[in-house]
Ligand binder design. Structure first.
Ligand code: XLS
Ligand code: NI
Ligand code: NI
Length: 439
């Protein structure tokens, strides 16, 4: 098969002075930051769904993207699926992305029965294995697409119809096996339609219980096949349903604790989902990190004027610097990665736009990493935060933290003290200026 991107060279690091659009200005895979290579810090990953299956269509219009490799094959055919595999790996290799991610039904088409779907998936699995081996590109995570087919219209694990639960289980079983076969680093659960559109027809408690049971079955099966990578839940507050059960990091952690699943899961956090939930991405990362559940990130960004998941490539240095500051604080990405769950705009119709988008995202994260490392090295920010809590390092604060005192002793302390006389500035504006010194 002829190359899909014949005019695009291998993307190399050329440094900030380069004017070559097909070069990295900041992402230098071998450069060390805090003693670790950028490649190992960032663990970039390309998604199969937007990159290979997207068409540029939206609710108001047909596809717009020019994808020469799809020509002459039918939509949703196994022929088209087969043709896409080498194109995808050529893209990852030219880009120098070490990882990728898929849903079962974006690498292979839907069959008319589960048996036929499995057959398609088996055929594609063989190709994925070959191409992973030849290219060295590894699977960051796999997942099952349990939201496109009409059988999942009421949800999958949280459907009112027990058959939908059973079909979803069968699909996750196979997707898990394939993730294991392809040596995937982890496995993701994004609750596609696990939520509701109206409480009038919904038994929320029963649906949540079913979701808990589903996850326990997945944990059991993972052990059974010997898959040792982490499970991730990916929070999102809405879209496609009005309310998704996995609405944000805190809701996911609560669900995992309630159903005694926390030891088996971490979170996969996506920027645009955080902002849809009314949080910053850094907030979500902090909440997950504090619970020891910071797993992986879906790196994208939304549009502040649009209220849906626009899945744009990340280009904002503040965003990536904040992300990397929290990620470094919690020990960095280990099994997780920086997964570009992002798509081109409808008007970006050329294959080369895929390169511009990913190069931009990688450079933006590389700069974010360098900025975060510089802020940490400088130390002023950290010192400030530490200093702000110094009343907890001795005296009454220390006694409270050590649980040596209760309300009775604290009442006595307050009565004796009379009033809190010191008032100390939070210095937000000073700290914002300090942060800007590094941008
Ligand atoms: C959709 C999600 C989805 C997950 C994988 O909004 O981001 O793409 O990452 O199922
Ligand atoms: Ni998303
Ligand atoms: Ni995602």
């Amino acid at each position: 098969m002829p190359a899909a991107f014949p005019k695009i060279p291998q993307i190399q690091f050329e440094g900030p002075k380069s004017r070559n659009p097909f070069a990295f200005k900041h992402y230098n895979p071998t450069e060390l930051v805090e003693g670790k290579s950028m490649k190992d810090h960032l663990r970039f990953s390309v998604v199969y769904w937007h990159t290979m299956c997207g068409t540029g269509s939206d609710m108001f219009g047909w596809g717009t993207w020019n994808r020469p490799w799809d020509r002459g094959t039918r939509e949703n055919s196994i022929e088209r699926a087969k043709r896409r595999v080498p194109v995808f790996f050529e893209f990852c290799e030219k880009l120098g992305a070490p990882f990728y991610a898929w849903h079962d039904r974006d690498v292979a088409p839907h069959g008319t029965t589960p048996r036929e779907s499995n057959r398609y998936l088996d055929a594609i699995a063989k190709l994925l294995k070959e191409h992973q081996k030849a290219s060295g590109v590894r699977l960051l995570w796999g997942t099952a697409q349990n939201f496109v087919h009409p059988r999942y219209m009421h949800g999958a694990a949280t459907s009112c119809n027990a058959d939908a639960f059973a079909f979803a289980a069968a699909q996750v079983k196979r997707a898990l096996e394939l993730t294991h076969e392809l040596k995937g680093e982890g496995y993701v659960f994004w609750g596609g339609r696990e939520g509701y559109s109206s409480l009038l027809n919904t038994d929320l408690k029963r649906e949540m219980d079913h979701l808990g049971a589903f996850m326990h079955m997945a944990v059991d099966y993972k052990k059974k096949i010997g898959f040792t990578g982490p499970f991730y839940i990916e929070p999102k507050p809405k879209e496609p349903t009005k309310h998704q059960y996995d609405s944000d990091a805190a809701a996911c952690l609560n669900f995992l604790r309630e159903y005694r699943l926390l030891p088996h899961f971490k979170l996969n956090l996506e920027t645009n989902h955080a902002t849809l939930a009314g949080h910053s991405m850094q907030h979500e990362l902090e909440v997950a990190g504090a619970a020891g559940a910071l797993g992986s990130i879906d790196a994208n960004s939304g549009d502040m004027f649009l209220g849906w998941d626009t899945d744009q490539f990340p280009t904002d240095l503040y965003l990536t610097a904040q992300c990397m500051l929290t990620i470094l604080k919690y020990g960095g990405l280990t099994t997780g990665g920086t997964n570009f769950d992002a798509k081109l705009r409808r008007e970006s119709v050329d294959p080369e736009d895929l390169f511009h988008a990913h190069i931009g995202g990688m450079d933006t994260f590389a700069r974010g990493l360098k900025i975060a490392a510089a802020i940490r090295k400088d130390g002023r920010l950290n010192e400030f935060v530490k200093g702000r809590y110094r009343s907890w390092d001795s005296g009454i604060g220390k006694l409270i933290e050590k649980r040596k005192v209760g309300f009775k002793e604290l009442e006595a302390y307050a009565l004796k003290k009379g009033e809190i006389t010191s008032s100390e500035s939070g210095r937000q504006e000073y700290l914002e200026n300090l942060f800007n010194e590094f941008i």
